[in-house]
Structures are given as structure tokens and as C-alpha cells.
Design a protein around this ligand. Sequence first.
Ligand SMILES: [Zn+2]
Length: 224
Amino acid sequence: MQRRFIPAVLLFVTLLLILAGLGARMNAVPVISFAAEKEIYLTFDDGPSTSVTEKVLDILKEENIKATFFIVSDRVQGREKTLRRIAAEGHTLGVHSKTHVYSEIYSSAGALLKDAEACAETIRRVTGINPRVYRFPGGGEHPASAKLLRQHGYRIVGWNAVCGDEEIRGADAETLYSSAVETAKGKRPVVLLMHDSATHRATAEALPLIIEHFRAEGYTFSAF
Ligand SMILES: [Zn+2]
């Protein structure tokens, strides 16, 4: 048994070396143990919007991928159907903010909690789902607010990679794709920040490229 096993191991190592050189062709060989270690969370902030969120949902459905949407609840009115679609298609609804107005949210830890709870209440009323994940508008460390949110049962989710749709003015799909790939390098797992508010059509255009890349690299797609 041992002697038979050695050529198989050598073959495997050789294959890995070849694959390391080929990079993007990882998907050609089912290296299951690698896939389990490589994980990416696609996250979308600042929606829902009619145009971009619906497009993103179409793509995710076609690709059979679940993602996480951090909602701005003041943008829900008139888009209840889109919010319900996010839930119905198995994605995670997270709390981002009611207003997304920094001067109001960050005036005190109590103000931030009130804003978060208002957003959560809208999500509950429209979808029946009680959201348990939270993302700070604008990111950053907010220890007092974070403590308060955790006491109220929220898991706080940041990010470690960006597609650049807020950072790079007027970026096209190709630029967003490149930014996602570059900033995700060396991250385990990757938590990729994207936006699905109305001005982010290029993000929806970049999404298939981003999915194709990470799938080819052997990543699994997860939602919070
Ligand atoms: Zn935001």
C-alpha cells in the first residue's frame, strides 16, 4: 500500500507545483482541501435600490451564490419588493443604518443604537426576518457603540477587501474587478465590500467578473 501511495503523492505535488504556476486555472482540478480554506463573503452596502440591487440579485441567482446585504432602511420605502426578494432568495439581511447620516449616527453610542434598531425594525416589518449582523457606516472603530450593539445581540462585520466603487470616482467594471482581486490578496477569508445603491451600475457589471475570478481560484462563497 505504502509503495503504491508514493507515486500518487509525487503526482499530486507535481500537479500542485504546475498549478501554482498556472494560478488562474486552479478550477481545472478539484483540489478540495484548498477550496475549503479559501472563502469569500460578497457584501453589498447602502441598498436597496431598484436598478442595481435587482441586477445583483439576478446575477447571484444565476451563479447560485448567497451574499450579505447591509441595508439603509430609509431607502426601503417603495422598494419593499426588492427587500423581500433578498430574503426570499436566501441572502442575509444585515443592519447598516436608518439614515446613513454620519453626524446623527456618530453623535453618541445611544444614537447609533437607536439608528440601528430603527433599521432592524424596518427589516423585520417588511420581511419578517430579525437581522443579527451589523456594519458601521463608513467603517472604522467605534468601541462604545460596538459594545452596545453586541449587548443587543448584533455581530459586527467589517471588510478586508474593496472593489473600489466608493473609493475610485467613476470607476468602470474592469477597474472594480482589478481592485477586488488586488485588495483580496492574502486575505483569509475575504470579506469584499461592494455597494448596491442606485449609482453603482458598474458594480453590477463587475460582479460576474469578480465571481468568475474567485471561483476559478477555488474560493467558496459564503454569507454571514
Ligand atoms: Zn454605507
